[in-house]
Ligand binder design. Structure first.
Ligand code: SF4
Length: 102
């Protein structure tokens, strides 16, 4: 293999590794129909929580202010310790909500 070909192969390999790492970081959003999510009444929009089923829900309870969410300022989606490998909506809610700092 000549030098140019080796360099080309190294560059392609490095780009592929970077792309794979990037894909690994981009996690899927949690589906409201996921069995565990549905069991906890997870909704992408806290305003759409089932008030009859979850009477303790309040409009101010959103994933971005939950102690289990791992949100940084301005993020629309982030990880939640309850749902490994999936990301929840900043405006979402589930019945396991725990106010951050409480
Ligand atoms: Fe959102 Fe908290 Fe429920 Fe996770 S535990 S889905 S951050 S309300």
């Amino acid at each position: 293999m000549n030098r140019e070909r080796r360099v080309f192969m190294l560059v392609v390999s490095a780009i592929s590794a970077a792309a794979a790492a990037s894909l690994a970081r981009a996690q899927a959003h949690l589906d409201e129909k996921d069995p565990q999510a549905a069991a906890l009444g997870y909704v992408e929009d806290s305003a759409k929580a089932d008030e009859k089923k979850f009477p303790n829900h309040t409009a101010s309870q959103i994933c971005s202010s939950c102690a289990l969410g791992q949100f940084r300022t301005g993020e629309s989606y982030a990880n939640c310790t309850l749902f490994p490998g999936k990301q929840v909506s900043a405006k979402g809610w589930c019945n396991a909500f725990v106010k951050r700092g409480a």
